[in-house]
Design a protein around this ligand. Structure first.
Ligand code: C2O
Ligand code: CU
Length: 464
Protein backbone atom coordinates (compact mmCIF):
# COMPACT_ATOMS: atom_id res chain seq x y z
CA UNK A 1 0.00 0.00 0.00
CA UNK A 2 1.76 3.18 -1.14
CA UNK A 3 0.56 5.33 1.74
CA UNK A 4 2.24 3.04 4.24
CA UNK A 5 5.50 3.13 2.38
CA UNK A 6 5.42 6.87 2.67
CA UNK A 7 5.08 6.56 6.43
CA UNK A 8 8.19 4.46 6.68
CA UNK A 9 10.24 7.25 5.12
CA UNK A 10 8.69 9.71 7.50
CA UNK A 11 9.62 7.82 10.62
CA UNK A 12 13.12 6.74 9.61
CA UNK A 13 14.68 9.60 11.53
CA UNK A 14 12.84 8.68 14.70
CA UNK A 15 13.96 5.08 14.37
CA UNK A 16 17.60 6.14 14.08
CA UNK A 17 17.35 7.90 17.41
CA UNK A 18 15.82 4.91 19.09
CA UNK A 19 18.58 2.62 17.87
CA UNK A 20 21.38 4.83 19.16
CA UNK A 21 19.53 5.30 22.46
CA UNK A 22 19.45 1.57 22.93
CA UNK A 23 23.15 1.14 22.40
CA UNK A 24 23.90 3.33 25.41
CA UNK A 25 21.94 1.04 27.70
CA UNK A 26 22.85 -2.26 26.03
CA UNK A 27 25.82 -2.62 28.35
CA UNK A 28 23.63 -3.56 31.33
CA UNK A 29 22.32 -6.94 30.21
CA UNK A 30 21.02 -8.53 27.06
CA UNK A 31 17.26 -8.32 26.65
CA UNK A 32 15.25 -11.52 26.85
CA UNK A 33 14.20 -12.94 23.53
CA UNK A 34 10.65 -13.05 22.24
CA UNK A 35 10.57 -15.25 19.17
CA UNK A 36 7.56 -15.22 16.87
CA UNK A 37 7.40 -18.62 15.24
CA UNK A 38 5.12 -21.38 14.14
CA UNK A 39 4.18 -24.15 16.53
CA UNK A 40 1.36 -26.53 17.30
CA UNK A 41 -1.19 -26.40 20.10
CA UNK A 42 -3.89 -28.81 21.18
CA UNK A 43 -6.77 -26.38 20.91
CA UNK A 44 -9.60 -28.68 19.91
CA UNK A 45 -10.75 -31.58 22.13
CA UNK A 46 -8.86 -34.89 22.24
CA UNK A 47 -9.25 -36.84 19.06
CA UNK A 48 -8.55 -33.80 16.93
CA UNK A 49 -5.09 -33.14 15.60
CA UNK A 50 -3.10 -30.34 17.19
CA UNK A 51 -3.57 -27.01 15.39
CA UNK A 52 -0.72 -25.25 13.61
CA UNK A 53 -0.45 -21.79 15.13
CA UNK A 54 1.93 -18.84 15.23
CA UNK A 55 2.97 -17.96 18.75
CA UNK A 56 5.47 -15.97 20.75
CA UNK A 57 7.93 -18.53 22.02
CA UNK A 58 5.71 -21.00 20.20
CA UNK A 59 2.78 -20.44 22.58
CA UNK A 60 -0.61 -18.80 22.27
CA UNK A 61 -1.07 -16.83 24.39
CA UNK A 62 2.62 -16.02 24.51
CA UNK A 63 4.54 -15.89 27.80
CA UNK A 64 3.22 -13.39 30.35
CA UNK A 65 5.59 -10.45 30.68
CA UNK A 66 5.48 -9.13 34.23
CA UNK A 67 7.12 -5.99 35.59
CA UNK A 68 6.56 -3.53 38.40
CA UNK A 69 5.12 -0.11 37.67
CA UNK A 70 7.88 2.19 36.46
CA UNK A 71 10.15 -0.70 35.47
CA UNK A 72 11.72 -1.22 32.08
CA UNK A 73 10.52 -3.85 29.65
CA UNK A 74 13.17 -5.06 27.23
CA UNK A 75 12.49 -7.75 24.68
CA UNK A 76 14.37 -8.73 21.56
CA UNK A 77 11.75 -9.71 19.02
CA UNK A 78 13.18 -12.38 16.76
CA UNK A 79 11.12 -13.00 13.67
CA UNK A 80 11.01 -16.73 13.07
CA UNK A 81 8.04 -16.39 10.71
CA UNK A 82 8.10 -16.36 6.93
CA UNK A 83 6.59 -12.86 6.81
CA UNK A 84 7.47 -9.51 8.41
CA UNK A 85 6.10 -8.73 11.85
CA UNK A 86 6.29 -6.27 14.76
CA UNK A 87 5.00 -6.09 18.34
CA UNK A 88 2.58 -3.51 19.71
CA UNK A 89 2.30 -3.04 23.50
CA UNK A 90 -1.39 -2.42 23.77
CA UNK A 91 -2.42 0.21 26.33
CA UNK A 92 1.09 1.21 27.37
CA UNK A 93 1.80 4.94 27.17
CA UNK A 94 5.00 4.40 25.38
CA UNK A 95 7.72 6.20 23.48
CA UNK A 96 6.37 6.42 19.91
CA UNK A 97 9.40 4.62 18.45
CA UNK A 98 8.55 1.56 20.59
CA UNK A 99 4.85 1.40 19.68
CA UNK A 100 5.43 -1.36 17.18
CA UNK A 101 3.15 -0.25 14.36
CA UNK A 102 4.60 -1.55 11.11
CA UNK A 103 4.57 1.17 8.49
CA UNK A 104 3.95 4.00 10.95
CA UNK A 105 6.38 3.84 13.88
CA UNK A 106 8.82 1.28 12.55
CA UNK A 107 9.57 -0.82 9.55
CA UNK A 108 8.23 -4.35 9.94
CA UNK A 109 10.92 -6.78 11.08
CA UNK A 110 11.84 -9.08 8.17
CA UNK A 111 11.98 -12.87 8.58
CA UNK A 112 15.17 -13.86 10.36
CA UNK A 113 15.71 -10.33 11.66
CA UNK A 114 15.34 -8.91 15.17
CA UNK A 115 14.28 -5.68 16.85
CA UNK A 116 14.82 -4.63 20.44
CA UNK A 117 11.84 -3.12 22.25
CA UNK A 118 12.89 -1.12 25.27
CA UNK A 119 10.49 1.02 27.26
CA UNK A 120 9.26 1.91 30.71
CA UNK A 121 5.78 0.85 31.84
CA UNK A 122 4.36 4.01 33.44
CA UNK A 123 0.99 2.61 34.55
CA UNK A 124 0.13 -0.40 36.66
CA UNK A 125 -2.49 -2.72 35.24
CA UNK A 126 -3.41 -5.47 32.83
CA UNK A 127 -2.13 -4.91 29.31
CA UNK A 128 -1.20 -7.12 26.40
CA UNK A 129 1.12 -7.33 23.47
CA UNK A 130 0.31 -8.47 19.97
CA UNK A 131 1.53 -8.48 16.40
CA UNK A 132 0.92 -5.22 14.53
CA UNK A 133 1.72 -6.14 10.96
CA UNK A 134 -1.10 -7.79 9.06
CA UNK A 135 -2.72 -7.97 12.48
CA UNK A 136 -5.97 -9.47 11.27
CA UNK A 137 -4.00 -12.53 10.22
CA UNK A 138 -1.14 -12.62 12.71
CA UNK A 139 -3.19 -12.06 15.86
CA UNK A 140 -5.78 -14.61 14.70
CA UNK A 141 -2.99 -17.16 14.26
CA UNK A 142 -1.96 -16.66 17.88
CA UNK A 143 0.57 -13.82 18.11
CA UNK A 144 -0.43 -12.19 21.38
CA UNK A 145 0.34 -12.43 25.09
CA UNK A 146 -0.31 -10.73 28.46
CA UNK A 147 1.74 -7.82 29.77
CA UNK A 148 1.16 -7.36 33.49
CA UNK A 149 2.36 -4.27 35.32
CA UNK A 150 2.15 -4.74 39.07
CA UNK A 151 1.13 -2.04 41.52
CA UNK A 152 3.74 -1.08 44.12
CA UNK A 153 1.25 -2.47 46.66
CA UNK A 154 -1.01 -4.98 44.97
CA UNK A 155 -4.36 -5.78 46.61
CA UNK A 156 -4.39 -8.73 48.98
CA UNK A 157 -5.74 -11.83 47.31
CA UNK A 158 -5.15 -15.56 47.75
CA UNK A 159 -4.49 -16.08 44.12
CA UNK A 160 -4.13 -14.24 40.86
CA UNK A 161 -5.01 -15.57 37.41
CA UNK A 162 -4.54 -13.98 34.02
CA UNK A 163 -7.27 -15.18 31.68
CA UNK A 164 -6.73 -14.57 27.97
CA UNK A 165 -10.04 -15.00 26.16
CA UNK A 166 -9.77 -15.87 22.51
CA UNK A 167 -11.55 -17.64 19.72
CA UNK A 168 -10.27 -19.58 16.74
CA UNK A 169 -11.82 -20.19 13.37
CA UNK A 170 -10.93 -23.81 12.72
CA UNK A 171 -11.80 -26.22 9.97
CA UNK A 172 -14.21 -28.58 11.75
CA UNK A 173 -12.62 -31.62 10.08
CA UNK A 174 -8.92 -30.97 10.43
CA UNK A 175 -8.83 -28.46 13.33
CA UNK A 176 -6.49 -26.33 11.21
CA UNK A 177 -6.92 -22.53 11.23
CA UNK A 178 -9.22 -21.56 8.37
CA UNK A 179 -7.29 -19.63 5.80
CA UNK A 180 -10.20 -17.30 5.08
CA UNK A 181 -8.86 -14.06 6.47
CA UNK A 182 -9.92 -11.89 3.53
CA UNK A 183 -13.36 -13.34 3.08
CA UNK A 184 -15.63 -10.39 2.18
CA UNK A 185 -18.54 -11.81 4.15
CA UNK A 186 -16.54 -11.66 7.40
CA UNK A 187 -14.79 -8.39 6.67
CA UNK A 188 -18.05 -6.59 5.93
CA UNK A 189 -19.94 -8.05 8.89
CA UNK A 190 -18.86 -8.52 12.49
CA UNK A 191 -15.32 -9.63 11.58
CA UNK A 192 -13.59 -12.95 12.02
CA UNK A 193 -15.57 -14.74 14.72
CA UNK A 194 -14.16 -18.12 15.71
CA UNK A 195 -15.88 -21.44 16.24
CA UNK A 196 -13.68 -22.59 19.11
CA UNK A 197 -13.55 -20.36 22.18
CA UNK A 198 -10.59 -20.68 24.50
CA UNK A 199 -9.13 -19.27 27.70
CA UNK A 200 -5.35 -19.39 27.89
CA UNK A 201 -5.42 -21.68 24.86
CA UNK A 202 -7.83 -24.20 26.40
CA UNK A 203 -11.50 -24.70 25.58
CA UNK A 204 -12.02 -26.32 28.99
CA UNK A 205 -9.87 -24.32 31.39
CA UNK A 206 -10.47 -25.38 34.97
CA UNK A 207 -8.89 -23.69 37.99
CA UNK A 208 -9.31 -25.39 41.37
CA UNK A 209 -10.21 -23.01 44.20
CA UNK A 210 -11.35 -23.23 47.81
CA UNK A 211 -14.45 -21.75 49.34
CA UNK A 212 -13.98 -18.13 50.55
CA UNK A 213 -10.85 -17.77 48.50
CA UNK A 214 -10.32 -14.28 47.10
CA UNK A 215 -9.00 -14.17 43.54
CA UNK A 216 -7.83 -11.44 41.25
CA UNK A 217 -8.80 -12.24 37.69
CA UNK A 218 -7.11 -10.33 34.90
CA UNK A 219 -9.28 -10.74 31.83
CA UNK A 220 -7.94 -9.92 28.37
CA UNK A 221 -10.02 -10.19 25.21
CA UNK A 222 -7.42 -11.14 22.60
CA UNK A 223 -9.89 -12.29 19.96
CA UNK A 224 -10.07 -10.64 16.56
CA UNK A 225 -13.72 -9.69 16.72
CA UNK A 226 -15.70 -11.48 19.42
CA UNK A 227 -17.47 -9.45 22.09
CA UNK A 228 -17.59 -11.41 25.34
CA UNK A 229 -20.59 -10.76 27.64
CA UNK A 230 -19.45 -12.27 30.95
CA UNK A 231 -21.01 -13.14 34.26
CA UNK A 232 -19.98 -14.89 37.48
CA UNK A 233 -21.76 -17.80 39.12
CA UNK A 234 -20.82 -19.18 42.52
CA UNK A 235 -18.63 -16.14 43.06
CA UNK A 236 -19.19 -12.59 44.23
CA UNK A 237 -17.09 -10.08 42.37
CA UNK A 238 -16.12 -6.48 41.77
CA UNK A 239 -14.62 -4.79 38.76
CA UNK A 240 -11.58 -2.88 40.01
CA UNK A 241 -10.00 -1.82 36.70
CA UNK A 242 -10.88 -1.53 33.02
CA UNK A 243 -8.20 -1.51 30.33
CA UNK A 244 -5.66 -1.63 33.15
CA UNK A 245 -6.95 1.60 34.67
CA UNK A 246 -8.34 1.58 38.23
CA UNK A 247 -11.97 2.48 38.87
CA UNK A 248 -12.42 5.20 41.48
CA UNK A 249 -14.43 2.66 43.48
CA UNK A 250 -14.82 -1.09 42.86
CA UNK A 251 -18.10 -1.84 41.10
CA UNK A 252 -20.08 -4.90 42.14
CA UNK A 253 -20.29 -7.30 39.22
CA UNK A 254 -23.90 -8.33 39.53
CA UNK A 255 -24.88 -8.02 35.93
CA UNK A 256 -23.09 -8.66 32.67
CA UNK A 257 -19.59 -7.38 32.00
CA UNK A 258 -19.09 -6.76 28.29
CA UNK A 259 -15.54 -7.14 27.06
CA UNK A 260 -14.98 -5.96 23.48
CA UNK A 261 -11.91 -7.02 21.49
CA UNK A 262 -8.69 -5.68 23.08
CA UNK A 263 -10.44 -4.60 26.27
CA UNK A 264 -9.35 -5.84 29.70
CA UNK A 265 -11.00 -6.02 33.09
CA UNK A 266 -9.49 -6.69 36.50
CA UNK A 267 -11.91 -8.43 38.84
CA UNK A 268 -11.63 -9.27 42.49
CA UNK A 269 -13.86 -12.21 43.25
CA UNK A 270 -14.69 -14.22 46.36
CA UNK A 271 -15.66 -17.85 45.97
CA UNK A 272 -19.02 -18.12 47.69
CA UNK A 273 -20.36 -21.48 46.58
CA UNK A 274 -20.08 -24.70 48.61
CA UNK A 275 -17.23 -27.20 48.45
CA UNK A 276 -18.01 -29.82 45.81
CA UNK A 277 -19.76 -27.26 43.58
CA UNK A 278 -18.27 -25.53 40.56
CA UNK A 279 -18.14 -21.76 40.25
CA UNK A 280 -17.94 -20.33 36.74
CA UNK A 281 -16.93 -17.40 34.67
CA UNK A 282 -19.86 -17.57 32.30
CA UNK A 283 -20.13 -16.30 28.75
CA UNK A 284 -23.56 -15.38 27.44
CA UNK A 285 -23.92 -16.85 23.96
CA UNK A 286 -25.74 -15.50 20.90
CA UNK A 287 -28.99 -17.15 21.85
CA UNK A 288 -28.62 -15.86 25.42
CA UNK A 289 -27.53 -19.33 26.44
CA UNK A 290 -24.87 -19.21 29.14
CA UNK A 291 -21.75 -21.32 28.62
CA UNK A 292 -18.82 -21.88 30.94
CA UNK A 293 -15.79 -19.83 29.93
CA UNK A 294 -13.71 -20.96 32.91
CA UNK A 295 -14.69 -23.52 35.56
CA UNK A 296 -13.58 -23.11 39.17
CA UNK A 297 -14.15 -26.41 41.02
CA UNK A 298 -14.47 -25.64 44.72
CA UNK A 299 -12.90 -27.65 47.53
CA UNK A 300 -13.14 -27.09 51.31
CA UNK A 301 -12.97 -23.66 52.89
CA UNK A 302 -9.82 -21.71 53.40
CA UNK A 303 -9.46 -20.33 56.91
CA UNK A 304 -10.60 -16.95 55.59
CA UNK A 305 -14.23 -16.15 56.27
CA UNK A 306 -16.09 -13.80 53.87
CA UNK A 307 -14.22 -10.54 53.35
CA UNK A 308 -15.10 -6.93 53.19
CA UNK A 309 -15.48 -5.09 49.90
CA UNK A 310 -12.06 -4.68 48.25
CA UNK A 311 -10.41 -1.28 48.28
CA UNK A 312 -9.89 0.67 45.05
CA UNK A 313 -6.58 0.13 43.30
CA UNK A 314 -4.14 3.03 43.60
CA UNK A 315 -4.76 5.48 40.74
CA UNK A 316 -2.33 5.72 37.84
CA UNK A 317 -0.89 9.13 37.02
CA UNK A 318 -2.86 11.67 34.99
CA UNK A 319 -6.57 11.01 34.83
CA UNK A 320 -7.36 14.71 35.20
CA UNK A 321 -8.38 16.04 31.82
CA UNK A 322 -8.29 19.64 32.99
CA UNK A 323 -10.19 22.26 31.01
CA UNK A 324 -11.98 20.29 28.34
CA UNK A 325 -13.97 23.40 27.46
CA UNK A 326 -10.96 24.67 25.53
CA UNK A 327 -10.58 21.37 23.71
CA UNK A 328 -10.44 21.17 19.96
CA UNK A 329 -13.64 19.33 18.96
CA UNK A 330 -13.05 16.46 16.55
CA UNK A 331 -15.50 14.14 14.88
CA UNK A 332 -15.12 10.68 13.44
CA UNK A 333 -17.97 9.22 11.46
CA UNK A 334 -17.85 5.48 10.87
CA UNK A 335 -19.69 4.20 7.85
CA UNK A 336 -19.87 1.15 5.63
CA UNK A 337 -20.22 -2.56 6.17
CA UNK A 338 -23.07 -4.83 5.30
CA UNK A 339 -26.50 -3.29 5.77
CA UNK A 340 -24.81 0.10 6.14
CA UNK A 341 -25.52 3.37 4.41
CA UNK A 342 -22.17 4.01 2.73
CA UNK A 343 -22.69 4.70 -0.97
CA UNK A 344 -19.14 5.75 -1.64
CA UNK A 345 -15.85 6.71 -0.02
CA UNK A 346 -12.36 7.82 -0.96
CA UNK A 347 -9.59 5.40 -1.80
CA UNK A 348 -6.30 6.53 -3.34
CA UNK A 349 -7.69 10.04 -3.74
CA UNK A 350 -10.69 8.88 -5.78
CA UNK A 351 -14.29 8.63 -4.77
CA UNK A 352 -15.41 5.07 -5.38
CA UNK A 353 -18.78 3.39 -5.07
CA UNK A 354 -19.38 0.72 -2.46
CA UNK A 355 -18.99 -2.09 -5.00
CA UNK A 356 -15.71 -0.79 -6.33
CA UNK A 357 -14.46 -0.41 -2.78
CA UNK A 358 -15.55 -3.95 -1.95
CA UNK A 359 -13.70 -5.24 -5.01
CA UNK A 360 -10.56 -3.68 -3.50
CA UNK A 361 -11.17 -5.21 -0.08
CA UNK A 362 -12.53 -2.00 1.47
CA UNK A 363 -15.81 -2.18 3.31
CA UNK A 364 -15.63 0.63 5.86
CA UNK A 365 -14.67 4.26 6.08
CA UNK A 366 -13.76 6.87 8.67
CA UNK A 367 -14.96 10.33 7.60
CA UNK A 368 -15.41 8.90 4.10
CA UNK A 369 -11.82 7.67 3.88
CA UNK A 370 -11.64 3.94 3.18
CA UNK A 371 -7.95 3.75 4.00
CA UNK A 372 -5.38 5.17 6.33
CA UNK A 373 -4.62 8.54 4.84
CA UNK A 374 -1.33 10.38 4.45
CA UNK A 375 -2.70 13.25 6.52
CA UNK A 376 -3.62 12.53 10.15
CA UNK A 377 -7.16 12.85 11.46
CA UNK A 378 -5.78 15.63 13.65
CA UNK A 379 -2.53 17.52 14.09
CA UNK A 380 -2.30 18.11 17.83
CA UNK A 381 0.08 20.17 19.90
CA UNK A 382 1.71 18.47 22.83
CA UNK A 383 -0.39 18.99 25.94
CA UNK A 384 -3.51 19.99 24.03
CA UNK A 385 -6.89 18.80 25.33
CA UNK A 386 -9.01 16.98 22.75
CA UNK A 387 -12.67 16.06 22.50
CA UNK A 388 -13.56 13.49 19.92
CA UNK A 389 -17.06 12.51 18.96
CA UNK A 390 -17.37 9.03 17.48
CA UNK A 391 -20.46 8.45 15.37
CA UNK A 392 -21.29 4.88 14.42
CA UNK A 393 -23.51 4.92 11.34
CA UNK A 394 -22.93 1.24 10.66
CA UNK A 395 -24.98 -1.82 11.55
CA UNK A 396 -22.15 -3.29 13.68
CA UNK A 397 -20.45 -2.41 16.95
CA UNK A 398 -16.82 -1.30 16.83
CA UNK A 399 -14.08 -1.34 19.46
CA UNK A 400 -12.10 1.85 18.96
CA UNK A 401 -8.53 1.86 20.23
CA UNK A 402 -6.24 4.86 20.61
CA UNK A 403 -2.51 4.20 20.75
CA UNK A 404 -0.11 6.01 23.06
CA UNK A 405 -2.60 7.93 25.19
CA UNK A 406 -5.56 7.10 27.39
CA UNK A 407 -8.93 8.79 27.15
CA UNK A 408 -12.02 9.12 29.28
CA UNK A 409 -15.55 9.01 28.10
CA UNK A 410 -17.39 12.32 28.09
CA UNK A 411 -21.06 12.38 28.97
CA UNK A 412 -22.97 15.65 29.11
CA UNK A 413 -19.70 17.49 28.86
CA UNK A 414 -18.12 15.76 31.86
CA UNK A 415 -15.52 12.98 31.94
CA UNK A 416 -16.96 9.78 33.42
CA UNK A 417 -15.43 6.44 34.36
CA UNK A 418 -11.78 5.43 34.35
CA UNK A 419 -9.14 6.14 31.75
CA UNK A 420 -9.41 3.67 28.90
CA UNK A 421 -7.66 2.74 25.69
CA UNK A 422 -10.46 0.90 23.89
CA UNK A 423 -14.10 1.96 23.69
CA UNK A 424 -16.95 -0.02 22.24
CA UNK A 425 -19.34 2.06 20.17
CA UNK A 426 -22.60 0.21 19.63
CA UNK A 427 -24.72 0.15 16.48
CA UNK A 428 -25.98 3.63 15.51
CA UNK A 429 -24.55 5.07 18.69
CA UNK A 430 -22.57 8.28 19.23
CA UNK A 431 -20.01 8.44 22.03
CA UNK A 432 -17.54 11.10 22.98
CA UNK A 433 -14.05 10.77 24.40
CA UNK A 434 -11.64 13.30 25.83
CA UNK A 435 -7.90 13.09 26.24
CA UNK A 436 -4.81 15.19 26.65
CA UNK A 437 -2.42 14.88 23.72
CA UNK A 438 0.47 14.40 26.12
CA UNK A 439 2.58 11.93 24.18
CA UNK A 440 4.48 13.09 21.12
CA UNK A 441 4.40 10.97 18.01
CA UNK A 442 2.18 9.40 15.39
CA UNK A 443 -0.57 7.36 17.03
CA UNK A 444 -3.04 5.00 15.43
CA UNK A 445 -6.73 5.19 16.15
CA UNK A 446 -8.55 2.17 14.78
CA UNK A 447 -11.22 -0.44 15.22
CA UNK A 448 -9.90 -3.49 17.07
CA UNK A 449 -12.17 -5.77 15.15
CA UNK A 450 -9.01 -6.42 13.22
CA UNK A 451 -10.48 -7.19 9.82
CA UNK A 452 -12.44 -3.93 10.07
CA UNK A 453 -9.19 -2.09 10.67
CA UNK A 454 -7.70 -3.76 7.62
CA UNK A 455 -10.66 -2.95 5.39
CA UNK A 456 -10.96 0.76 6.13
CA UNK A 457 -11.29 1.50 9.85
CA UNK A 458 -7.90 2.95 10.58
CA UNK A 459 -6.71 6.51 11.08
CA UNK A 460 -4.07 8.30 13.13
CA UNK A 461 -3.30 11.47 15.01
CA UNK A 462 -0.02 13.35 15.15
CA UNK A 463 1.16 15.00 18.36
CA UNK A 464 4.06 17.46 18.09
CU1 C2O B 1 -4.10 -3.55 20.11
CU2 C2O B 1 -3.37 -0.98 17.03
O1 C2O B 1 -3.72 -2.28 18.55
CU1 CU C 1 -15.09 -2.39 13.63
Amino acid sequence: MPTRRAFIGQTAAVMGLAVSGRQVSAASHAPATLTARDATAQLAPDGYAPTSIWGYEGRAPGPAIRVHQGERVRRRLVNGLLEPTSVHWHGIRIDNAMDGVSGLTQEAVAPGQAFVYDFVAPDAGTYWYHAHNRSWVQVARGLHGPLIVEEAEPPEVDREETLVLDDWLLDPETAMIEDSFDQPMRMSHGGRIGNLITTNGRFDLSIPVARHMRLRLRLINASNARIFPLQLTGMRGWTVALDGMPLAAPEPLEDVLVLAPAQRADLIVDVTTEAGEIAHLVRIGNNDQPASQVAFPVSGSTAQTPRTIPAALPPNPGDDLGALADAQPLRLVMSGGAMGRMDSAFLGGERLGFRELAARGRFWAFNEMAEMTQAPLADLSLGEPVRLEIVNETAFPHAMHLHGMHFREIRDGEPVGPMRDTLMVAVQETREIGFIADNAGDWLFHCHMLSHAESGMMTWVRVT
